[in-house]
Design a protein around this ligand. Structure first.
Ligand SMILES: [Zn+2]
Length: 416
């Protein structure tokens, strides 16, 4: 199967023709060079629209998405109320119910140009391994169109929720290769147990040779210091597997000196950061009585220090976040607002956070260049990444392994 894309505009502003064969990008040439259209099984005229790597969704909770319809509203708006509200729903999970909701979101993400997703799924004494079973069934169904990585996530704590460590081991065994170990060390009864939680993560990750992707310090509490502990332990142990931390909202509550010290450790440990502006802008700052915090971590300082930062949708229509549709361009737009990333270079970085930075976090090769897998996105009618993030255009073509897997067209009829 060969595919040609003609008149494509690159991020650098060059007009090119793209040749795809056997799932790989085999040539990218200037439009003035010879390009014989009848050599392809299929050809797309991009009509001078932007073509880039496809988008990546590195942090979402597909077991919990869309439960907002069957749950009472989160009145306090806090993370802790959201967690407690989810308990009743988790007790009644079935494979089919999880698969149905997860599939609806995955289909939307594909429509928006996503080809790789990393999802966290709860592993605890309430839902047991049901969320994992639901996502493994979903992964099988979408195996030809999406790369789905699954993170075993002990949201209820490990020491606080008896039996969770054993369940995590079972999840890592059941999920097989490509499983990732999640964490939630700030959700323990005290600092000592939070440290034990981190040590359990490091030892399990070594035992099963898996990466760590841990919710960390998702709180406004300036005393929450589990990121510092995790980074220090990873450096001391010369931990080799990749580590990603999510949210790290408390970093914004530290004073500048302590925050700088922690960011230096994160850089030294080679830790990736996922910020989740949609959810944290609504969950955090709820106890602030004046000058309410924005809720996200110190994105600009982390980027300036050379830390790999990416963005997650996190939640869609559940007790944690009532909005969201899975469009990573919308998520980048929200980060632009929350982190005040408004210059041309900052907007360019926003686009990196949902493409090449996210790929680094997921430990995959994902670059729009010859020889790589043809996982591409055509943003019809859009000329550059600024316009893409500003307008979040509806007309998109998603290409996975050299095949068109989704094409959304847009027409407007004007009657004036
Ligand atoms: Zn999350």
């Amino acid at each position: 199967m060969s595919l040609g894309i003609k008149n494509a505009l690159t991020r650098e502003g060059n007009l090119v023709n793209i040749t795809i064969d056997g799932g790989l990008i085999t040539n990218i040439s200037d439009i003035d060079t010879k390009f014989s259209e009848n050599q392809f099984d299929h050809i797309i005229n991009a009509e001078q629209s932007l073509v880039t790597e496809s988008l990546i969704s590195p942090h979402i909770h597909l077991d919990k998405v869309l439960i907002g319809d069957i749950i009472e509203p989160n009145i306090s708006g806090t993370l802790w109320e959201a967690i407690q509200q989810t308990w009743e729903v988790k007790r009644n999970y079935t494979v089919d119910n999880i698969k149905k909701r997860a599939s609806e979101v995955i289909n939307n993400q594909i429509k928006f140009g996503v080809t790789h997703i990393r999802t966290h799924i709860d592993v605890d004494s309430i839902g047991g391994l049901m969320p994992l079973k639901g996502l493994l069934a979903t992964k099988e169904e979408f195996k030809n169109v999406i790369d789905l990585q699954i993170v075993a996530f002990p949201q209820e704590g490990i020491l606080k929720d008896e039996g969770t460590e054993e369940l995590l081991e079972k999840a890592l065994e059941l999920g097989g290769k490509e499983m990732i170990l999640g964490g939630m060390p700030h959700n323990e009864f005290n600092d000592e147990n939070s440290k034990k939680h981190v040590n359990i993560l490091l030892s399990l990750a070594k035992k099963y040779n898996v990466p760590i992707d841990s919710h960390t310090d998702e709180t406004d509490d300036p005393n929450s210091r589990t990121l510092q502990y995790l980074a220090s332990r990873a450096i001391e142990e010369k931990f080799r597997n990749s580590i990603t931390v999510d949210h790290i909202c408390a970093l914004s509550s530290y004073d500048d000196y302590h925050a700088a010290r922690v960011i230096e450790l994160v850089k030294k440990a080679g830790i990736n950061v996922v910020t989740n502006p949609p959810t944290n802008m609504v969950l955090q700052g709820r106890l602030d009585t004046r000058a309410q915090r924005v809720g996200i971590t110190r994105v600009k300082e982390l980027l300036e220090a050379g830390v790999n930062v990416t963005i997650g949708q996190d939640c869609i229509h559940d007790p944690y976040y009532p909005f969201g549709k899975g469009d990573m361009l919308e998520v980048a737009n929200l980060l632009g607002h929350a982190a005040k990333m408004t210059t041309a270079s900052a907007i360019n970085t926003l686009y990196d956070t949902i493409t090449i930075n996210a790929a680094k976090t997921m430990d995959i090769t994902h670059q729009f260049e010859v020889g790589t897998s043809a996982d591409l996105l055509i943003l019809h009618g859009v000329k550059n990444v600024h316009e893409a993030i500003r307008t979040t255009p509806p007309a998109r073509t998603t290409i996975r392994n050299g095949k068109i897997i989704s094409q959304t067209k847009y027409t407007q009829e004007r009657f004036y």
